[in-house]
Write a protein that binds this ligand. Structure first.
Ligand SMILES: [Cu+2]
Length: 211
């Protein structure tokens, strides 16, 4: 199998499967028990209601087991979150600016355009700001998303392991053309990225600087 676009994908997908798996097992178990009791204690069978007092062990079991399950969900979710929020110091920094209704990416050498190009296998840090309202930079294939706000710099880190082109969407409703606020992230091998970075001709694709 070809590798996932980022390592983070496996972490997020595992947490998702884990939570959905537990939920489905509980749903099936509870539904089966309900249906079973509907038939077992059917009124026509003439059962008499009995006043039952608390069972300490039963109560401990149904408090402890759900607590452990929920804590384990939190553990996997939180370790995955920490892993993707800890960005290496040598990460390659790209500035991202959002505005109604476009994205703009600026590189260390001043190169600026509306498509995000990144080198493969290198930790990337996006430093993000908004020129107007709140947006959210979302790369579904990478399972990452972060709000982009006016007057505040937020960040997003990832390492793209697989060459390719993936969608970037805005995931925060930001006005009339929000649904069209799409662009691409293009992952290039390091050598091709270096060549690309120094080509001036991309200027045709460049936007007016955002004030
Ligand atoms: Cu937006």
């Amino acid at each position: 199998m070809s590798p996932a676009p980022t390592q983070h994908v496996e972490t997020v997908d595992f947490v998702m499967l884990y939570i959905v798996g537990i939920s489905v097992i509980l749903l099936l178990g509870i539904t089966a028990a309900m249906i079973y009791f509907v038939f077992k204690y059917n009124r026509k069978k003439g059962h008499q209601p009995v006043n039952i007092h608390g069972n300490i062990w039963l109560e401990i079991v149904w408090i402890v087991i759900p607590t452990l399950l929920v804590l384990s969900m939190f553990y996997f979710g939180y370790t995955g979150f920490r892993e993707y929020r800890s960005i290496p110091k040598d990460a390659y920094v790209i500035q991202a600016k959002a505005r109604m209704w476009a994205w703009e990416f600026t590189y260390e050498n001043g190169k600026r355009l509306d498509t995000l190009y990144v080198p493969q296998g290198k930790p990337i840090k996006l430093e993000m700001e908004s020129a107007d309202v709140t947006h959210s930079l979302y790369i579904p294939s990478f399972r990452i998303k972060e709000d982009v706000m006016f007057g505040r710099t937020t960040y997003l880190g990832f390492t793209a392991d697989k060459v390719g082109s993936y969608d970037i969407a805005c995931a925060e409703y930001c006005g009339l053309n929000h649904s069209m606020m799409y662009t691409k992230i293009k992952v290039l091998p390091q050598d091709k990225f270096n060549i690309w970075l120094n080509i001036k001709e991309e200027s045709a694709n460049q936007l007016e600087p955002v004030k």
